[in-house]
Design a protein around this ligand. Structure first.
Ligand SMILES: Cc1ncc(COP(=O)(O)O)c(C=O)c1O
Length: 375
């Protein structure tokens, strides 16, 4: 790949639009090959110290931000097992948010599910009504529902929770942080988490998160927190620029380099680039008869799920794009047969997105020509 763009490195050449793992710039892939170190050595503490200095800037917190050698789901569990004995209010409007509620149930926690139709955002007023009926220890919410492309109003939901209860706000920002505005401190979020393979544009395998003082205090009060996912241990080791167990060293090298790229681009510029990609898709969809699945005003800047025009079969379209060597996301779960999904996050740029949309037009022309021959 040549002619790297100075901000994203992608220069209209990316053909990989999976909603995570996403395309990773070559400089970051190279960083994975750094030397092995003892995680108790000064060299490791220097590396982790650099990460701990930069990572909070992306999470927009004055506190420490952390890493954990799990995928993002590990921090769902970490938040629940470290801090909560129930009840939990779990907000669900898609596959991932519903799964977090299921996890809470599987942990044996009393869990109330507030379920909303897929494609629609969670209403802060509905959350307020739920909070009036019971005292919850925590509320789980997914900011950007990757299965549907809906962006919930996390700031408003967190505000309602903070103003009407003492519940902790656990926010899955897996396809939002580093791609669209997430303000850990200003919005009063208690745990905010993502996985390396999403808008951070790193290879998979590392969870990244921030937590509030309230979270740590709640965890310290809980007697049985397990071991591997214990937030108290993780925080205590971070204060020494270490991790409690063996870290995923290659990914930390990559994170150190990628944080430099992210901060050089500027976090707000990064949000703006993602919004520009969303808009390019929305404008193209309107012209080409695709319906954006997310309700108007609640479209995620990082992932778009769309229903093709009448007469175009979503699964056939996905197959044609795959045959033309594009990597795409099909509709997720129960939307598999009806929707196509584009992951437009990380280091991809508008030029690449536009090329990909052109590929949709070509694929549809091909499908129509094939149907005409068969008719
Ligand atoms: C919104 C959301 N939450 C959670 C997850 C689970 O992440 P992981 O597979 O990294 O555990 C995903 C994965 O796509 C996601 O999109």
């Amino acid at each position: 790949m040549t002619n790297f763009d100075s901000t994203t490195g992608s220069s209209g050449q990316v053909r990989f639009f999976n909603p995570g793992p996403v395309w990773v710039r070559p400089q970051v892939m190279q960083a994975l090959t750094g030397p092995m170190l003892s995680h108790r050595s000064q060299a490791f503490m220097d590396l982790y110290g650099r990460i701990l200095e930069k990572l909070p800037k992306v999470f927009r917190t004055a506190r420490t931000a952390h890493t954990l050698a799990t995928s993002a789901t590990g921090v769902w569990e970490s938040a629940l097992v470290s801090c909560v004995e129930g009840p939990v209010l779990s907000l669900g409007n898609g596959a991932f948010s519903e799964k977090w509620g299921e996890m809470s149930q599987r942990l044996g926690l009393e869990t109330d599910l507030l379920k909303v139709e897929w494609g629609k955002p969670i209403s802060p007023d509905d959350v307020k009504k739920k909070l009036a009926g019971k005292k919850y220890a925590a509320v789980t919410v997914v900011h950007s529902e990757t299965s549907t492309g809906v962006l919930n109003d996390l700031a408003a939901i967190a505000k309602v929770v903070r103003e009407n209860s003492d519940a902790l706000v656990f926010a899955d920002a897996v396809t939002s942080v580093a791609g669209t505005k997430v303000e850990t401190d200003a919005w009063g979020l208690d745990v905010v988490l993502t996985g390396s393979q999403k808008a951070f544009a790193l290879p998979p395998g590392l969870a990244l998160f921030a937590m509030s003082e309230r979270t740590l205090a709640a965890a310290k009060k809980k007697k049985f927190r397990g071991l591997y996912l214990d937030l108290v241990d993780i925080d205590a080791f971070a204060q020494k620029k270490q991790t409690p167990t063996t870290p995923c060293l290659p990914l930390l090298y990559a994170l150190d380099v990628q944080l430099d790229h992210i901060l050089a681009e500027g976090i707000e510029n990064r949000w703006a680039r993602h919004e520009a990609m969303r808009l390019a898709i929305a404008e193209w969809a309107a012209k080409n008869g695709f319906r954006i699945f997310a309700e108007k005003g609640a479209e995620s800047p990082t992932v778009t799920s769309m229903i093709p025009p009448a007469g175009v079969n979503a699964e056939e379209l996905n197959k044609a794009l795959k045959a033309a060597k594009w990597t795409t996301g099909s509709g997720y779960g129960k939307l598999k047969a009806t929707n196509v999904r584009i992951g437009h996050m990380g280091d991809v740029d508008v030029a690449s997105v536009k090329n990909y949309l052109k590929a949709h037009e070509e694929a549809i022309t091909g499908l129509r020509a094939k149907a005409a021959v068969l008719a």
